[in-house]
Write a protein that binds this ligand. Sequence first.
Ligand SMILES: Cc1cc2nc3c(=O)[nH]c(=O)nc-3n(C[C@H](O)[C@H](O)[C@H](O)COP(=O)(O)OP(=O)(O)OC[C@H]3O[C@@H](n4cnc5c(N)ncnc54)[C@H](O)[C@@H]3O)c2cc1C
Length: 499
Amino acid sequence: MIKTYDCIIVGSGLAGLFTALNLSEKLNVLIISKTEITFSNSTLAQGGIACEYNDNTTLHESHIKDTLKAGSYLNNETAVRFLVDNAFESVKKLISFGVSFDIGADSKFLVTKEGGHSHSRIFHSGGDATGRNVTEALIAYLYQKSNITFLSNTMAIDVIKDNDEAIGITVLEDQNYYPIYSKHIVLATGGIGSVYGSTTNDLNATGDGIGIAYRANALIDHMEFIQFHPTAYYSLKNPSRQRFLITEALRGEGAYLLNIENERFMKKYSPDLMELAPRDIVSQSIFKEMYDTWTDHVYLDTRHLDPKYLEKRFPTIFKHLKEERLILGIDLIPVAPCEHFLCGGINTDIHAKTSVKNLYAVGETANTNVHGANRLASNSLLECLVFAKSFADSINNSSIKSTNIESIELEELPRYNYNYKPIRKKIGDYMDEHVSIVRNTEGLSLTLKVLEDIYKNLIKYPNLTKTYYETLNLATTALLITKQALDRKDSLGCHLRIK
Ligand SMILES: Cc1cc2nc3c(=O)[nH]c(=O)nc-3n(C[C@H](O)[C@H](O)[C@H](O)COP(=O)(O)OP(=O)(O)OC[C@H]3O[C@@H](n4cnc5c(N)ncnc54)[C@H](O)[C@@H]3O)c2cc1C
């Protein structure tokens, strides 16, 4: 029997979940996740969701201006307006599904400030547990819906096309390789962190959506704009590829940055905004300081802040650092930038439509072009919400059911045991060395050549395993980042070219 759904959503992060939540109950919907449904990068989000919630036009406009300024005005202004105009509706919808945002003694929302924002507008939940609280509430609700089916620990492999139209997706569930059909396929596969040697992302973020879309011939842009988070915890004792994030909101609450010579260096780079300059500026400044002081980290200084308040405001971070024998408010915290967010991705319009018929993209894998050359802090959870709803509204209205799809014969693919770890390490090493915060023509050209060879070899020897497809997706993503970084000759936002 062929499996057919009205809508297939690949990914159970905030973008995928919010898409499902907004779809009509008349549609039968499948949510596929490579890992457990309850786990995604969305669950790790600490800072919160950027949103103006009062009727003050000046403040509303300032969210738009801040987003455009952070993105070096490369953003699509229509998409940015759509994002900001729909922000409070989205937050209200989360509240109606049981999410509780932090509220002060005066019963008003406790909003905070982050880098690049001209004033406090970040909603948060459980202090620094926004992502976990939001996704848990949505999953609990969706589990009760009879029109929603979850398929966990299953990897989407490729889009099935009939002529130029997407009609389904192939999946790998354990050893089982099979097609699932639909007239609406939504890629909500999240970030690309594992392309680099170190990242704040979960290491399952292997750029699968980008690889799948590329093989389906979808347009993919702005891949050169990779945001490096300035303050990932730099553990001297427990180094690991996935780095624990220390939210920008901590700097919003007054934390400073010091170099290893105890100098508060941001005054040299952004005397007005200091530690709350946009992320590209702060990461690039830290990079320079680390170079100048011959070290691989700087410090976050919270010693002038009250440890009791910090424990209450940032319980997750406080607990994590305590396990590392560091106390917020007492000890200096070593931090360094690392890969955090993909600003570009699969090109979409504001209803998540890609350049391939019936194929859609939402969340971090999509390039709605709200971020331009650099994302404003806490705009990405908001992007997941606003564009997921916009897609759902457009489908609910079009009332296209997935009927009359002809099944197709799948190509037989070989399977063999092969260790892809050395290839993955090579990709990460080259990306870290040459396609990171600072880039030059020589390094980019060298990396492009290495990646093209890796890619050609992978394509030549297909292998029906999860690790093969993840490695192919990593190579594809790295290749696109490098090619587009080479094509953009000037520095802009988080793409810094020195030659
Ligand atoms: C540590 C951290 C803190 C952050 N803090 C904030 C913050 O405070 N505010 C903010 O706005 N943003 C924050 N971000 C960014 C934000 O969390 C992400 O951009 C956003 O959650 C992405 O959501 P998503 O639904 O697009 O993807 P994700 O949440 O990453 O979900 C992707 C889903 O796709 C699935 N998947 C991937 N590939 C496949 C495949 N081939 N087959 C099947 N399933 C697949 C995964 O299993 C997962 O379920 C943070 C990010 C990190 C890493």
